[in-house]
Design a protein around this ligand. Structure first.
Ligand code: ADP
Ligand code: MG
Length: 555
């Protein structure tokens, strides 16, 4: 294994990174070696070099080096496309250092797992070669020799093969289990691995007691989604028992045919809230809620399989960076038709026709031709259209859009918003749109939720909240947006930053930045219904002069 790694690893790194004729030549040779039966290659080489433990292990090492090389080269090819490699190149890191310090640590886990299992097979190979008299030579002992000796007297003393046989079996088993353990360990450490989520893991791990609830807007009494006291926590430090709520007791309704916007500063918990609704919070995260109702069903007890079915058919999702959400290895057509074929059992032809219709619906020209293009042939705006088309392919009742225009060029942002608005009106689906752009809210949302440090601080209809914000934070957010009517002076801003979630006091989380703070704000503040919305501020009923931008300009 040392020979295999010493030869295969550097070769794989360099060939994978450099490419070119050397890479092609070595890979063809490697494929040639791989195409031949492993043992025959080893036996042939031993026939040339002569038997013996050292020689046979050198030969095995060289043959395994080919496998290590192929593995490493493949991983490097993938890593080369990653932005962190480009980033390292940009800051002037040399090739050796780049491969050693930036690429190798990222491919190390799969390499270590692979090498561990190769250990197991190399023990079997040694035993086989020695059994055939080509490996270890007597009087040196090896398990393979012992098996060969035992075979000679198998009819008189059958049990002689047992000790060596068991020793081989247990050692190989141990290495395999060790490899499995390492694989589990590494996959747990790779962050955000929702795919590894336990299929039996419920959406919600703790159902909290029913209590008062506030904060429903756009209600016609029968909301599509109804969320009460949803909290999400992460460990305070890796592998510590102490947990921090990054989302605290969030309650809201999403009305049928309504567009609800969730706004707040970066890090306030918007994405995590949306992920929690979809059962996509990555592993050390824990979700608790009183209820999460969706279209007449209760999701708090749903497991991963049931959630997957709901996500596949009834809830569509689009993310911030469309190009990252598309697999670069497959054509757009393949990716669009995959779920239609798997989930709905459509034939390949029907699925392609439907995919072309969908691309046409999101206003992509020459839709049928573009199905055979790869993601890199699409611009960001086009890729987001593809994502929207995929999200809508099952005619969902709810579309969750997490900052769908943030990663896009400003010139295409409004096109995408127009498209979303038109599609929502056409299909009558509900939409939860996460954004930090007031313009987006004003443009397409009916209802608005404002989040601050993991809590909802104000909910209401967009019209009402924009006209008369009740929470000082909402007012500050609104005042900090450039508007045509204010062309002079500095743009107001909210002083200070969002508090760290692990050092929150019991009182109002916005207190430290609020110009209206009073003593009462140091005690816990509830989200209280006010008009047809709700607000979390003890001074909300006083009708403070929140709209006055000067309060927020720090003057
Ligand atoms: P945003 O409002 O910008 O979408 P997020 O919902 O992404 O904010 O994040 C909210 C908080 O949750 C942040 O403080 C972030 O550090 C924390 N958080 C998000 N994902 C994880 C995770 N996988 N592990 C630990 N903390 C996380
Ligand atoms: Mg986010």
């Amino acid at each position: 294994m040392s020979i295999a790694v010493a030869v295969g690893l550097p070769l794989g790194l360099v060939l994978g990174y450099r490419g070119g004729w050397a890479d092609r030549l070595v890979m063809r040779l490697a494929e040639g070696v791989n195409a031949m039966p492993f043992l025959l290659v080893a036996i042939t080489l031993i026939a040339v070099l002569g038997p013996g433990l050292t020689k046979s292990m050198v030969i095995v090492g060289v043959i395994y080096a080919v496998m290590v090389l192929r593995l490493v080269r493949g991983e490097v090819l993938a890593a080369r496309e990653e932005l962190y490699v480009t980033g390292a190149l940009v800051v002037g890191v040399g090739t050796t250092r780049l491969l050693w310090r930036h690429v190798l640590p990222n491919i190390a886990p799969s390499l270590i797992v692979q090498v561990t299992t190769m250990f197991a097979t190399s023990i079997i190979v040694e035993a086989t070669l020695s059994f055939l008299g080509l490996g270890t030579q007597p009087p040196q002992a090896s398990w393979g020799n012992m098996l060969a000796d035992a075979q000679a007297s198998a009819f008189d003393h059958w049990f002689l093969a047992l000790p060596a046989g068991f020793a081989i079996m247990i050692t190989v088993l141990a290495f395999n289990l060790f490899g499995d353990g390492l694989r589990d360990l590494f996959s747990r450490e790779s962050a955000g691995s929702v795919l590894n989520a336990n299929a039996a893991r419920p959406l919600v791990e703790g159902v909290v007691e029913r209590e008062h609830s506030a904060g429903s807007v756009g209600g016609d009494g029968d909301p599509l989604m109804s969320v009460r006291r949803l909290s999400v926590s992460f460990p305070a430090r890796p592998s510590s028992d102490e947990r921090i709520d990054v989302v605290t007791e969030v309650s809201f309704d999403i009305g049928r045919r309504r567009v609800i916007a969730l706004v707040g500063e970066s890090g306030s918990g918007k994405s995590v809230t949306a992920m929690a609704l979809l059962g996509l919070v990555p592993d050390p995260g824990r979700v608790t809620a009183e209820t999460i109702g969706f279209d007449g069903r209760e999701l708090t007890g749903a497991n991963e399989r049931e959630l997957r079915a709901i996500r596949a058919r009834e809830i569509g999702v689009i993310f911030q960076d469309p190009l990252k959400a598309l697999n670069p290895a497959f054509t757009i057509g393949t990716q669009m038709t995959e779920s239609m074929r798997v989930v709905e059992g459509m034939s390949k032809r029907d699925a392609r026709i439907r995919a072309a219709e969908l691309l046409d619906m999101v206003r992509i020209d020459r839709a049928a031709d573009r199905l055979d293009d790869y993601p890199h042939q699409f611009s960001g705006g086009m890729a987001q259209r593809v994502m929207i088309a995929m999200a809508l392919s099952s005619s969902p009742k709810l579309l969750v859009a997490d900052e769908p225009t943030t990663a896009l060029d400003v010139t295409v942002q409004s096109d995408i918003l127009d498209l979303l608005r038109d599609l929502q009106a056409e299909t009558g689906m509900s939409m939860l749109i996460i954004t930090h752009d007031q313009g987006v809210v004003a443009d397409i949302a009916d209802d608005l939720m404002v989040m601050y440090a993991g809590e909802l601080v104000e909910v209401g209809t967009v019209e009402k909240v924009f006209e008369e914000p009740r929470h000082p934070y909402t007012a500050g957010l609104l005042a900090s947006v450039p508007r045509n009517r204010r062309r002079e002076g500095t743009l107001p801003s909210i002083p200070g930053t969002v508090p760290a979630l692990d050092e929150l006091g019991p009182g109002c989380r916005f207190g430290a930045r609020c110009p209206f703070v009073v003593d009462r704000c140091r005690e816990p503040v509830d989200l209280v219904g006010l008009g047809d919305g709700a607000v979390r501020c003890v001074r909300a009923p006083e009708r403070l002069a929140l709209g006055d931008a000067d309060i927020w300009s720090g003057r």
